[in-house]
Design a protein around this ligand. Structure first.
Ligand code: 13P
Ligand code: SF4
Length: 347
């Protein structure tokens, strides 16, 4: 990937490099302001021995200028686990920064915005998981990484959008509890041949997947109609959808995968036009690196939580060491087990 902006030697050099990569997407006046902030972040990052991790949903000026590593939830968790930096600044949402702290507690982990949540993480509590375990004793709990430490602590193994089906297949149990994303779970159930069971319903007795009704407030908005409209106007459109989208949308799409898998798919495809059904900033990030390909956008669909993270906040975070993520030790150790198991199972 093109990642040279962070190596710029002055504000002017930063601006020049930003213009080359992002000039088609962002007005110059905006780049002038952002280049100044980005240069200062990169200077301070070295001084404070910090590493910056950026999720694929960060807006392009941030995504391409300050992270040392960019990626999806799984990729960034692996990098955080091994980091030896004094500080990990996580340009993503809280559950991602918290995951970094759980895996690597010796580092100071910073989230640039005080509130950067996630509708999926907010959809379930540890008490909800305990009740499900009572209701379905002995059934392993697979939990999406988009949850907080207390929920992970009640979990047997975590998963992400890039390894969920694999993890479910590898478990030594034909029946699983899969939380909290209803759509992701239904998409995995389809891939792995499981019967979807909502809590309280009778089990069929074999190959059941007990699911929850959490939803991603971004991906639940995409519809089959969006796909049909795009294909009607541009019949050569290739549609790619994140697995948090409704099952009928994933079914109608040409490809579904994690944010990194979707990015690689576009890069490696011969096609020229794509409808990317995920957070819109990622469409811009893909467009920046693939100037020969057109991204159709549904740009009213943004993640308000990911959008909390700005270059200005990132600079403040580095300057003032805010907002530090802490996880109580007994809880961290319990939560870490489910993350470690996922990392072992998906090597
Ligand atoms: P990825 O693991 O695919 O990056 O997904 C994270 C996320 O929050 C998608 O909405
Ligand atoms: Fe959570 Fe959805 Fe935002 Fe991802 S896009 S962080 S799942 S609310």
């Amino acid at each position: 990937m093109v990642q040279t902006i962070s190596e710029a030697t002055s504000v002017a050099d930063t601006l020049e490099r930003m213009k080359q990569l992002l000039g088609r997407l962002i007005p110059e006046a905006e780049l002038v302001l952002k280049a100044e902030v980005a240069y200062e972040i990169n200077r301070l990052k070295k001084e404070k021995k910090a590493v910056i991790l950026g999720h694929n949903y960060m807006e392009p000026a941030l995504f391409y200028s300050v992270p040392d590593h960019v990626g999806d939830s799984l990729g960034l968790a692996r990098i955080a686990q091994k980091s030896e930096a004094d500080r990990i600044v996580f340009c993503g949402v809280r559950f991602m920064a918290e995951t970094a702290k759980i895996l690597n507690p010796e580092r100071m982990v910073l989230l640039p915005a005080e509130v950067a949540g996630c509708s999926l993480a907010a959809s379930i509590t540890a008490e909800d998981v305990r009740k499900l375990k009572e209701q379905y004793p002995g059934v392993p709990v697979v939990t999406y990484i988009n949850t907080y430490a207390d929920v992970k602590a009640e979990t047997d193994v975590c998963c992400t959008s890039s390894n969920a089906s694999d993890i479910v297949r590898k478990l030594d149990s034909d029946t699983v509890i899969c939380l909290p994303d209803e759509f992701l779970a239904r998409n995995i159930a389809k891939e792995t041949g499981k019967n979807v069971i909502y809590p309280g319903s009778e089990r069929t007795g074999k190959d059941d997947m007990i699911i929850w009704d959490g939803r991603c407030e971004v991906h639940e908005q995409f519809t089959v109609q969006d796909i049909e409209n795009a294909r009607r106007q541009f019949p050569d459109t290739v549609v790619i959808a994140h697995p948090e989208c409704p099952p009928e949308v994933v079914e109608a799409a040409d490809y579904s995968g994690s944010t990194t898998a979707m990015t690689s798919y576009v890069k490696n495809s011969e096609a020229k036009r794509f409808l990317v059904l995920t957070e819109c900033a990622m469409g811009d990030n893909i467009a920046a690196e693939n100037p020969d390909k057109e991204m159709l956008r549904l740009c009213s669909i943004r993640c308000p939580h990911m959008n909390e993270i700005t270059l200005e906040d990132t600079l403040k975070s580095l300057r003032e060491d805010v907002y530090q993520i802490e996880v109580e030790e007994a809880l961290r150790l319990k939560a870490k087990k489910s993350l470690d198991r996922m990392l072992e199972m998906s090597t």
